[in-house]
Design a binder for this molecule. Structure first.
Ligand SMILES: NC(=O)c1ccc[n+]([C@@H]2O[C@H](COP(=O)([O-])OP(=O)(O)OC[C@H]3O[C@@H](n4cnc5c(N)ncnc54)[C@H](OP(=O)(O)O)[C@@H]3O)[C@@H](O)[C@H]2O)c1
Length: 263
């Protein structure tokens, strides 16, 4: 199977390196306007980089991985070069299946919403296969994505917009919390490097415990909260300032934005 990667930035690299691992049946072509990152990725996956899109042989699957604002230029570069029977996987945030169909004049589109933990093989891919995608291709693409991170397939495209504020944006909420905690610790006179590492290891360990434990987040929280203790005091402040409400509002706002971008 021939996979052409159009746009070879961080996210494409995270996905394609995982997909290529141990798969000798996958022939990979890469393209970016500046060539550099196409060449870097091709070297990593034993693929072939192209400087001119006209020179790229036809592929069965095209992974479109530029920024949404770069899509028009990319689509016009490939105008007339893509077989209408080819399958296009798009990872562009807020870009609908219909937009991809129109831009590339294809019928078979797969929308994937990955997240940055895919860079360390611990991400989440939310996937929607449009009805025209062949079962065999869908099976193959799902298997390839499962090599990179976990995969959740949705029956409705709008469910991708619902999941985006959680899995796509979710890492940013945790990084913001990490920033706040590390800054506070530094402010208390703890060595800056130690502060960063203490917070990183705490969040990493907590995420690992949350994932591996059979207990819910609520039970795990209660296990570290004794009435009148240190954690109890901190949670009391968060609760009295309506953390659940604020966070809920933030997620609603992000969902509205995802829906708006998909229009
Ligand atoms: N980062 C996230 O958390 C996240 C999560 C989910 C989805 N996404 C989506 O993933 C996509 C890529 O994000 P990223 O962070 O990987 O971006 P990135 O690192 O900026 O990479 C963009 C790539 O697109 C290439 N490109 C630009 N114009 C092009 C064109 N006309 N034709 C072909 N390739 C072109 C760039 O080429 P050069 O190397 O030549 O500059 C670069 O390799 C975005 O659409 C984003 O919405 C990102």
């Amino acid at each position: 199977m021939k996979l052409a990667v159009l746009g070879c930035g961080n996210m494409a690299q995270a996905l394609v390196v995982g997909m290529a691992k141990g798969d000798k049946s996958l022939e990979i072509f890469t393209y970016t306007p500046s060539f550099n990152r196409a060449n870097d990725l091709a070297l990593l996956v034993k693929g072939k980089a192209f400087q001119n899109c006209e020179d790229m042989p036809p592929a069965d699957i095209y992974l479109v991985a530029c920024k949404p604002q770069q899509l028009d230029v990319l689509a016009s570069s490939f105008s007339g070069l893509m077989d209408s029977e080819a399958t296009v996987i798009s990872i562009l945030a807020g870009t609908t299946v219909d937009t991809i169909k129109n831009k590339f004049k294809v019928k078979k589109v797969i929308r994937v919403m990955p997240n940055t933990p895919c860079l360390v093989g611990a991400g989440v891919n939310a996937v929607y296969f449009c009805p025209e995608v062949d079962g065999q291709i869908a099976f193959k693409v799902q298997a390839l994505l499962e090599k990179t991170s976990s995969v959740y397939v949705f029956d409705e495209e709008n469910q991708i917009d619902a999941v985006t504020p959680f899995s796509g944006s979710g890492p940013a909420y945790l990084f913001e919390l990490a920033r706040i905690m590390a800054d506070k610790l530094k402010g208390l006179g703890i060595d800056p490097h130690d502060s960063e590492m203490i917070v990183k290891e705490t969040l990493y360990g907590s995420a690992k415990l949350l994932r591996e434990s059979n207990d819910s987040a609520e039970v795990l929280r209660n296990n570290v909260t004794s009435k009148g203790g240190v954690t109890f005091e901190a949670l009391k402040v968060l609760e009295s300032n309506d953390l659940s409400g604020i966070f809920g509002k933030a997620l609603d706002q992000a969902h509205n934005r995802a829906k708006e971008l998909s229009k």
